[in-house]
Design a protein around this ligand. Structure first.
Ligand code: PGA
Length: 264
């Protein structure tokens, strides 16, 4: 697989636990205005934001009322449909809010909340059942990297996450080396490409050529406007999952407009 010509790149902003619903409204309005003013072609590079749960209804209302060309999604989802799960949010609720995506298995959920590969797989299935595209996060820690090399852990995590997936499911994979998240120390484009290629090989093996060819693989971990172009030049990297830099409107818009400022 050497071409990403038929996959629309996705720039996804993971706000983590930042910006309340009022701040979200102002942010999304400004971001959309900024990109529209700059004549961003949303059809050729998709832009999505991932606010906290409590912001989603406000973002949905704004996006739908003003017909903003931005996509949005949630940062997590319950593996259960409904019932006695205090504090959990079901995929059915997210579907009602018109979430196009949901981030699943982010390393902060895996480490801070002990999320297992089995739970990640169950959440992926729950999202797909409600026609929400999961963004499946995988990535190795610095220790994993030293012990097992770069691809072993992300590949194993992806295999586990896809345990309940068969056929032509619509999902996204995000390769996020844990050591690169929030550290200012991004992977090199070559490192990202090496793992992304290994992940695409897993997709070929498990789901076939067609799914592998159309599934987007993002890189995440200290992405900013100054390094995005290097990642986007790699054939198996189809976008970015951006944390810290997604909270700065100009910076996030600039990342989304990488084609303009580097002439790609
Ligand atoms: P970062 O976070 O861009 O701040 O490194 C990425 C992420 O956690 O998705």
């Amino acid at each position: 697989m050497t071409t990403n010509g038929n996959r629309t790149p996705l720039i996804a902003g993971n706000w983590k636990m930042n910006l309340d619903h009022l701040q979200a409204i102002a942010f999304v309005q400004k971001l959309a205005w900024n990109l529209t003013e700059a004549k961003h072609d949303f059809g050729s590079v998709e832009v999505a934001v991932f606010p906290p749960f409590t912001d989603l209804r406000s973002v949905q209302t704004l996006v739908s009322a003003d017909k903003l060309p931005l996509a949005f999604g949630a940062q997590d989802v319950s593996e259960h449909v409904s019932g006695a799960y205090t504090g959990e949010i079901s995929a059915a609720f997210l579907a009602q809010l018109e979430c196009r995506y949901v981030i699943i298995g982010h390393s902060e959920r895996r480490t801070l909340h002990g999320e297992t590969d089995e739970q990640v797989a169950a959440k992926v299935a729950a999202a797909l059942e409600h026609n929400i595209a999961p963004i499946i996060c995988v990535g190795e820690t610095a220790e994993d990297l030293e012990k097992h090399g770069p691809s072993a852990v992300p590949v194993a995590q992806l295999r586990a996450a896809l345990a309940n997936v068969s056929g032509a499911a619509d999902f996204v994979v995000a390769y996020e080396p844990v050591w690169a998240i929030g550290s200012g120390q991004a992977a090199t484009p070559e490192q990202a490409e090496q793992v992304a290629a290994a992940l695409r090989a897993v997709l070929v093996e498990l789901l076939g050529d067609d799914v592998a060819a159309k599934t987007r693989i993002l890189y995440g971990g200290s992405v900013k406007s100054g390094n995005i172009a290097g990642f986007m030049r790699e054939p198996n990297v189809d976008g970015a999952l951006v944390g810290g830099a997604s909270l700065d409107i100009n910076e996030f818009a600039s990342i989304s407009r990488y084609k303009q400022h580097v002439g790609l």
